[in-house]
Write a protein that binds this ligand. Sequence first.
Ligand SMILES: [Zn+2]
Length: 359
Amino acid sequence: MSSGPSVDGSAQNAGLEAVERVLPVVRRVVGARVSDPHLAEDLVQETLLRIMTAWDRIEASMVEPYAIATARNVVATMWRDRDREARNRHRALDLSTPEAPEDQVVLGEEQAAICEALGRLGEQERTRLLAHEVSGQDTRSLAAEAGSSAGAVAAQLHRTRARLRVEYLLTMEPGPPPTEDCRPVLLALSGGSRRRQRDLGVGRHLLGCDFCARVAEPLLGRAEAREDELRVPVQGDADIVKARQAAREVAAKLGFAKTQTTLVATAVSEVARNIVRFAGRGEVLVETLSEPRAGVRVVARDAGPGMTNPQEALADGFSTYNGLGLGLPGARRLMDEFVLVSEPGRGTTVTMTKWLEED
Ligand SMILES: [Zn+2]
């Protein structure tokens, strides 16, 4: 996006620009339906909050239609609520598309969830977030008020937004997260920091924790948006093929020669097959590396039974598939680096790397 005033040049602008872009549309939609200017402003802000909470999941081209639909829904919900209290108030409104009753219930719940999520933030974070996202105050002026730097404010806004998403998703759940690890895991996913996710063992947690796997679904969509990484859930033989194709795609894009690409894809089939046979389900992550040089890293993990003796599984001649395939020892031979970590009862993670050969 190149339109809209530049505020601080950081990635935070994406959010602000989205708000600036849809604000006139939202005002128009609400203004056409609500005559009281104060009420209209409340509804505009309510709409912006909803869009803000969801925009990471909205395609850029869908932001405006989404904003219009959301504004209509916010007005309709307000009308429904008010109508229940005082039937004559509906004269102030002109609703062109009355919503279905079941939609209304869902929307009402969503609205309550956003308010509750905002309420779970600290007062300072909330105030700053709203000043930035809803009132459009830029990070430089927020920093001046706080005696801080624009960069620090931008970083704090990023964390606040990550927290808001997590709290919003948690309000939809009937109970609290089952373990102490859950919230940090969800925050790491929401914040998008690879390193933090790796340090916390997020992938493994998601495989073992149904609660987080469910709650994190919208957050995982964010991670998949990365172009240089492919994540393939593995549950059956068809997924072995998908994992293999993902590896081929990533390696080819990086410039691997055809033979090398085939070696990587073959190694990936083997680790994926290992998941299907021994754990039932897991995932294969294929990502590109640029440090210390170009390469492909494959992480295959499951939360299955694990191995009591991982070394044995890597010994040549160790037959796991009755003669079918190369097994883990084969995968190890095909790659430059290969690390197997397995714990009985906790699952197995294979991390393997193939470096691009310089010419
Ligand atoms: Zn969890």
